[in-house]
Design a protein around this ligand. Structure first.
Ligand code: AMP
Length: 118
C-alpha cells in the first residue's frame, strides 16, 4: 500500500487540515512555502492523468473549501500537481500541492526548460 493510502486510512499520522468522505488535506512534511498542503483522494488514483472527471469535480469543491479554511481564498495560492516522471512526481498517488501565505515566485521554470520544450 502506498504512503498516501496509509495516511488516508489513518495507518500513519499526518497533520490534518480537512477531511471528507472522499478527500483528505494535510501539511506537507517538507514545506516549500509558509503554507504547503497536500490534498488527495482517499481512493488510490496514480496521478492526474488517471483521475475520473466526476471525482475531480468533487475534489475541486474540497480544494476551494481548504483554501477558504486557510484564509487563502482572497489573497491567492498556487495549486500544482506533478504528473509522472517528467512532471517530477515522487509519490504515485494523486496529490495537489496547495502553496500560499506569501507572494510566490516562479523561479523553478528556467528559460532553459522552455527552450527544451519547444
Ligand atoms: P511530489 O514530488 O509531487 O510527488 O510530492 C510529494 C510530496 O509529498 C513532497 O512534497 C513530500 O514532502 C511529501 N510527503 C511525502 N511523504 C509525506 C508524508 N508522510 N506526509 C506529508 N508529506 C509527505
Amino acid at each position: 500500500m502506498c504512503v498516501f493510502c496509509k495516511i488516508a486510512k489513518g495507518e500513519i499520522p499526518s497533520n490534518k487540515v480537512l477531511e471528507s468522505d472522499d478527500f483528505i488535506c494535510f501539511h506537507d512534511l517538507n514545506p516549500r512555502a509558509p503554507i504547503h498542503l497536500l490534498i488527495i483522494p482517499k481512493i488510490h488514483v496514480e496521478n492526474f492523468q488517471e483521475m475520473p472527471s466526476q471525482l475531480m469535480g468533487e475534489m475541486t469543491s474540497f480544494i476551494q473549501e481548504v483554501a477558504s479554511k486557510m484564509g487563502l481564498d482572497q489573497s491567492g495560492y498556487r495549486l500544482i500537481t506533478n504528473n509522472g516522471e517528467d512532471g517530477g512526481q515522487e509519490v504515485m498517488h494523486l496529490h495537489f500541492h496547495l502553496l500560499g501565505g506569501t507572494k510566490l515566485s516562479w523561479t523553478h521554470f528556467t528559460p532553459d526548460d522552455t527552450h527544451k520544450a519547444l
